[in-house]
Design a protein around this ligand. Sequence first.
Ligand SMILES: [Zn+2]
Length: 297
Amino acid sequence: MTRTLLVAALFLGGCGTTLTVVSDPSEPPVVAICKTPAERAARPAPMVAGTPVGRIPTTAPPGFPAGTIGRSVNGEPIVATDFGSGPARVYLIGLIHGSETPGLEALPALQPTLAHEADAWGATVRVVANMNPDGHARKRRGNARGVDLNRNWPASNFRPSRSWGREPASEPEVAAVLADMRSFRPDVLIVFHSISRGGPFVNFDGPHPAPRLAAAFADAARAAGGGDWTVVPDMGYPTPGSLGTWAGIDSGIPTLTIEFESRHPHDAAARATIAGVRGVLRAMDGPDTVRAEERSP
Ligand SMILES: [Zn+2]
């Protein structure tokens, strides 16, 4: 895996190489970041429990490291793919609620962009396209046991129940992603959902720069013709045991919850996803971004 990363990094442009972002002429050329030895040493750990599978089915460009980080209740693989090897660490989940598919469906459009640009933005972007394959197959919100995977995290406000799980991370999908995130130590977490009313919007949890990054996603997505995106700081209802609470509020990882419209037009969702993620990567260079290695464990 290390070798593949190195080859990918060399292919995409070595230290100090000027890369022109060809897929969007409106973007200025960006320069690959020269990493210090300390930054190189702080490169994210490899995926845990990883059985390399080569690449994500059908969507990832060849040559990028991918691995199975766990299995669903029904034994389906949960696959993570890394793009870039820069010091800024972004963890992106394309689907957590099985019936909320616009973000997952936009990923094939996003991944070539990440392949070309992640290193140029100084980022390592880990994409878990689908963390709820059983719910997705059944077009249901929860997993195969009917548990809501966005209520099953070890957050301070977790509440056991039949539909939220008997204990935190009781569901194998949550346990897999939780272990992988603890290993990867993201600076920013982006999770895709969809909502029947009020979307599209970006909700956020956690410390600065979460509000700024939420605005960066929404502004870029709107400017790209991806929909009338806004920022909504509060969902307006309690979310015990949610990923946003565990990651954002309890663990201090700025977390963006991206709410597409339930029937977001596919082209607009793809435009919003590409522009929004680019906006976040650009904004992560701001002065209030605290890297994982700077936070207390
Ligand atoms: Zn959702």
